[in-house]
Write a protein that binds this ligand. Structure first.
Ligand code: GDP
Ligand code: MG
Length: 426
């Protein structure tokens, strides 16, 4: 393998600098890039979980690998099914900095935006070429039989419909987040089952400098719920402006601020400590997931009438007068719900056009999540990853668990609360 590096024009060795190599100074470095993408239909909040799988894996790799400097290239956000605001035009190629605090992410792991990667990597024929792309797929047979075991084997790409094909320069073009100037030199198909750690053997940093995995939702967490999982999660702080907008709303309408609510976080997440004494603002928060959940999760989706009934019961129990509603429902259903709660103050966040243009549907959803996470008591939607992220944020803020892991029941009498994923502090 060592020999192949010397021969490969990809990696100009220091002593072998020639015309081709000098124009590619950066190839001298030991920097390696990990890129990934996720199955197009997956939503924003599952994608956030996929990032944590990637981040904890790379964190471990960096600990073990003394030679190469690994960087994760963050896949831009775009074209998500739920981002349907037509007045915002196409919501594509949105960098992570729109939603997240880059400095916080970097305190856990070296991450860069895709646009930075494109700038950093010299292009050939105006293309930024990724050295190898692994297209992961499930073993359908294993799912059919239900006999699961780790698997990581090359399979024929011809038998898979892959969304990549060769262009006239012999590189593979594909969706690549809408960047037509990003291509891959090689595409390999892999039937995979197991945790992220099992991808280590595919990295081959002596052969490849930039390595991409498509369908990164297939590999599982190797350390779900561990201290390291929670460190990665804590590093996913939101863009500070989104916090500011949420704080203004809390102060103005919900009588809520971090000092009184005991929800102060330190500037550096690494310094935050274990606590369970958060009180939250004097309001109940609800995540009422509708749209596709009415079909996909019909049994756990209440009617508006029954949702209102449950909300009233919580408000009485908690002796609260204010309820904040985060929902993806249409206006009419929200008005119906509000009508049924007319003895209480009911709020939802309605963005200005400026905020919408700047932060898009993704940012508005995060504002909803932030406001829900600061409430005295939260009731979410069963099996919604949108609700899961709120629960995690409340764990980080230090709420007692009984105020967090609650869900609205569907119309059936039996209703399970769901799992409690409690935070582990390092
Ligand atoms: N603003 C806002 N958007 C929501 C809400 N609930 C769902 N959505 C949107 O619908 C998407 C739901 O997809 P996803 O993130 O996969 O969560 P899940 O499907 O509930 O597990 C979110 O990413 C949001 O774009 C809500 O309460 N408020
Ligand atoms: Mg979803």
């Amino acid at each position: 393998i060592i020999k192949s590096i010397a021969n490969d024009i990809l990696y100009c060795q220091k002593e072998k600098i020639n015309e081709k190599c000098t124009s590619r100074q950066s190839y001298l470095s030991n920097k390696r890039y990990f890129l990934y993408d996720v199955n197009p239909p997956e939503g924003f909040n599952l994608r956030r979980d996929v990032y944590i799988r990637v981040a904890t894996f790379l964190k471990q790799l960096i600990k073990d690998d003394k030679i190469f400097q690994w960087n994760v290239v963050l896949p831009p956000w775009g074209n998500l099914y739920h981002w349907q605001s037509v007045d915002l035009g196409s919501q594509q190629q949105i960098p992570w900095q729109t939603f997240f605090d880059m400095e916080s992410l970097k305190k856990y792991l070296p991450v860069i935006e895709l646009f930075e990667f494109i700038k950093e990597i010299p292009s050939e024929n105006e293309e930024t070429i990724i050295d190898v792309l692994y297209f992961l797929k499930n073993d359908e047979e294993m799912f059919r039989i239900g006999n699961f075991e780790d698997k990581n084997i090359f399979s024929d790409c011809l038998n898979t419909t892959i969304p990549y094909k060769k262009n006239s320069y012999k590189q593979y073009t594909g969706s690549f987040w809408g960047y037509t100037n990003v291509t891959a030199r090689e595409v390999k198909c892999i039937t995979f089952h197991g945790t992220t750690i099992n991808l280590k053997k595919n990295l081959q940093p002596l052969l490849y400098r930039s390595i991409m995995f498509d369908h990164m939702e297939i590999p599982l967490h190797y350390n779900y719920g561990s201290v390291d999982y929670w460190n990665a999660r804590r590093s996913m702080r939101y863009n500070t402006e989104l916090h500011q907008i949420s704080n203004d709303f809390r102060l103005k309408y919900l009588n809520s601020n971090d000092m009184d609510d005991r929800t102060i976080k330190l500037k550096d997440w690494r310094l935050d400590k274990k606590k369970r004494n958060a009180i939250g603002g004097p309001y109940l928060s609800i995540h009422l997931r509708r749209q596709d959940f009415l079909i996909g999760h019909a049994a756990s989706s209440p009617t508006i009438e029954y949702a209102a009934f449950q909300i009233k019961a919580f408000l009485k129990l908690l002796d609260l007068k204010i309820v904040y509603i985060a929902t993806d429902t249409n206006n009419q259903e929200y008005i119906d719900l509000k009508e049924k709660l007319k003895d209480y103050s009911v709020f939802r966040y309605i963005p200005t056009q400026f905020v919408k243009n700047k932060f898009k549907d993704g940012g508005i959803a995060i504002i909803d999540q932030i406001i829900c996470s600061h409430a005295r008591y939260f009731v979410g939607t069963h099996e919604s990853t949108f609700s899961f992220r709120i629960q995690e944020d409340r764990e980080i803020l230090g709420f007692p668990t009984n105020t967090t892991f609650n869900v609205l029941c569907g119309n059936e009498i039996k209703c399970s609360i769901g799992n409690k994923w409690e935070i582990i502090w390092g």
